[in-house]
Design a protein around this ligand. Structure first.
Ligand code: AKG
Ligand code: FE2
Length: 494
C-alpha cells in the first residue's frame, strides 16, 4: 500500500520521470568518472592536471575509450572485431586483418588437456588459425569452468596477493572458502568469524587470522626500510641480475599519497602512463597505510571487491614494479598452458617477431576480476625486464571490449570483442601497445557458465559470474636463461 504524500514531500514521480532522472544521474556519474580519469591521466603525464578534459586534446585512444564506456547512447558493439563471425565477413569488414595459419606447429591439445577434444566432433580446423570461430572455442566449456574455479578459489589464496590485502586481514585459507562456507550454510552471518577484519583494527593483535604464509611484508618494510617481504623459493632457475635501474623521466609518486580515504585498490583508476619506468627499480616499495574506514562486509560482498591477485613474482601496484624477492610458486598447469599458447604461435612465417616457446617461462601473472561496471583504462605493461616475451591472456565470463592501440595513444585503437574462452597473445610490437578494457558487456555470459547440471559445486561460481568477467594474464619477467639466436630480431620496445 502506498502512503499518501504530505505537502512537505515532493510529489511522487511517474515511472517515466523516474527513468529520465535515473538516466540523467547515470550520465552525470559517467561524465564525472570520465573527468576524474582524464584529469588523473593528465596529472600522471605531467600535462597540467587541470581537472577538466580538454576535448580538443583527446587522443584517439581516449576517444575510443569514451565511446565504449558511454551507457547512453549504447555504443555500436559491432565495431569490435568479432573473431567468431564467419571468416569471410570478418575479413571483408576488417580488410587490415590477417588470418594466421598455425598448422605447422604442434596442436594445443598436445600440451594440455584443457584444450581437449570436443565431444560433439566440431574439432576440424580448430587449431589451424590464430583466431577462433564461434563453434570452436580454444577451451571447452568444462576447461573454462576448471580455470574459472582456479582463478576464484585456488589462485586467489596466499601467498598470492590481492588488492584486499592492503586493508583487510584475509585468512590464509582464502576469501573464497569463507564465501563458500556461508553460501553452503556451513557458517552463518551470526558467526563473527565470517567477517574479514580490517588490517588497521587487528594489526599487532593476536587474532587467529593470518599465519606465516600470510605475511605480506608490510611490517618487514617498516622495520628495515627495504622491501623484504616473504622470501620464496625461487626454484632452480638462477635469477639474472636485473639491469641497472634507469632513472624514471618522472618521479614515481609514493603510494597512497593522494588517497585520503583508501578503499580496496581499484587498479582501473591507476592508468600506467608513457612515463612509467620501463625497468623495475630497486627502491623500497611502500604499501598504502591500512585504512580503518574500509567497510566490514559479508564474504559474498567482499568477494566482489576483489579486483586483482598476482601470481609468481608479486607485482607491486603503487610503484608498478615487481617485488623480485616475493616469488610465489606459479601454478604448474598455467605454466604448461601458457607455454602451449606461445608454442602455437611461435616461429610462424607470418610472424615477423618470433619468440621461441622453449624460451618462454611463465613467471608472473595477474588475475583481473571485473564487475559489470568496472573498466581498465589504457596502459602499457612495461614492468617486465623481458619486453619481447609474449603476454598471454585468457578471458572468462562476460565479454568485453578490448581496445588494442599502438605505441602511443595517438594511434586509434582497434576494438576487439573478447569473449569467454578467448586467448589473446600480445607479441612483437603489440607487446608494448596501449590497451585497455573500457567496457564489460552485460548479458553476454555464455549459457554453459550459467549452470552445470553435472556439477552441483558450480552454482556459487555461476552466481559470481552472473556479474563478472575474469582475465588471467601471464607474463615472463626475466630474459630467457640461454637466449636463442632467433629471438632477438624484434625491434626495440620502448
Ligand atoms: O582484462 C584484460 O583483458 C586486460 C588486462 C590487462 O591489460 C592487464 O592486466 O594488464
Ligand atoms: Fe595490460
Amino acid at each position: 500500500m502506498s502512503k499518501p504524500h504530505s505537502s512537505t514531500q515532493p510529489p511522487p514521480m511517474s515511472n517515466r520521470q523516474r527513468k529520465i532522472m535515473e538516466r540523467q544521474a547515470e550520465k552525470n556519474r559517467e561524465m564525472a568518472a570520465a573527468k576524474r580519469t582524464s584529469s588523473k591521466e593528465e596529472g600522471d603525464a605531467g600535462g597540467g592536471g587541470a581537472g577538466r578534459e580538454n576535448t580538443s586534446k583527446r587522443t584517439p585512444f581516449r576517444e575510443s575509450e569514451l565511446m565504449f564506456l558511454a551507457r547512453h547512447p549504447v555504443p555500436d558493439f559491432s565495431l569490435a572485431l568479432d573473431f567468431r563471425q564467419p571468416v569471410e565477413e570478418l575479413l571483408k569488414k576488417h580488410p587490415k586483418m590477417r588470418r594466421v595459419r598455425l598448422d605447422g606447429g604442434r596442436k594445443l591439445s598436445e600440451f594440455s588437456e584443457l584444450f581437449g577434444v570436443r565431444e560433439d566432433g566440431l574439432d576440424q580446423d580448430r587449431e589451424d588459425f590464430a583466431y577462433l570461430h564461434e563453434d570452436h572455442p580454444a577451451f571447452t566449456p568444462s576447461a573454462q569452468r576448471t580455470l574459472i574455479k582456479g582463478c576464484l578459489k585456488d589462485y586467489s589464496r596466499h601467498p598470492n596477493k590481492s588488492n584486499l590485502d592492503a586493508h583487510y586481514k584475509v585468512p590464509s585459507s582464502g576469501l573464497w572458502d569463507l564465501h563458500e562456507n556461508v553460501y553452503l550454510n556451513k557458517q552463518t552471518l551470526d558467526d563473527p568469524s565470517v567477517f574479514v577484519p580490517r588490517k588497521a583494527d587487528v594489526d599487532n593483535q593476536a587474532n587467529g587470522y593470518g599465519s606465516d604464509d600470510d605475511d605480506d611484508g608490510d611490517d618487514e618494510q617498516d622495520k628495515d626500510g627495504s622491501d623484504s617481504g616473504k622470501q620464496q623459493e625461487t626454484g632452480p632457475r638462477p635469477k639474472p641480475t636485473p639491469p641497472a635501474p634507469q632513472p624514471p623521466t618522472k618521479k614515481p609518486k609514493p603510494s597512497g599519497d593522494n588517497n585520503p580515504t583508501p578503499s580496496p585498490q581499484r587498479r582501473q583508476m591507476v592508468p600506467i602512463t608513457d612515463e612509467t619506468p620501463s625497468v623495475p627499480l630497486n627502491t623500497p616499495k611502500h604499501d598504502p597505510e591500512p585504512s580503518s574506514q574500509v567497510p566490514i562486509l559479508p564474504p559474498a560482498q567482499l568477494i566482489r571487491k576483489m579486483r586483482w591477485i598476482t601470481l609468481g613474482y608479486q607485482y607491486h601496484w603503487p610503484s608498478k614494479t615487481y617485488n623480485f624477492d616475493q616469488n610465489a610458486p606459479f601454478p604448474k598447469e598455467l605454466c604448461i598452458l601458457s607455454k602451449a599458447v606461445v608454442a602455437a604461435v611461435e616461429d610462424k612465417e607470418s610472424f615477423e617477431y618470433p619468440y621461441s616457446a622453449e624460451d618462454f617461462v611463465a613467471e608472473a601473472g595477474v588475475i583481473n576480476y571485473y564487475q559489470l561496471k568496472d573498466r581498465l583504462m589504457g596502459h602499457v605493461d612495461r614492468s617486465e625486464l623481458n619486453k619481447h616475451a609474449p603476454l598471454v591472456s585468457f578471458s572468462f565470463g562476460h565479454s568485453c571490449i578490448y581496445l588494442l592501440g599502438g605505441p602511443t595513444r595517438e594511434q586509434s585503437p582497434t576494438p576487439i570483442l573478447l569473449q569467454s574462452g578467448d586467448v589473446l597473445v600480445m607479441t612483437g610490437p603489440c607487446r608494448s601497445a596501449f590497451h585497455g578494457v573500457p567496457r564489460i558487456i552485460e548479458d553476454t555470459l555464455p549459457d554453459y557458465l550459467k549452470s552445470d547440471p553435472s556439477d552441483p559445486e558450480w552454482d556459487i561460481y555461476a552466481d559470481y559470474l552472473a556479474e563478472a568477467r575474469i582475465n588471467l594474464n601471464i607474463r615472463q619477467v626475466y630474459p630467457p636463461k640461454e637466449p636463442t639466436t632467433t629471438t632477438t630480431t624484434a625491434t626495440p620496445l620502448t
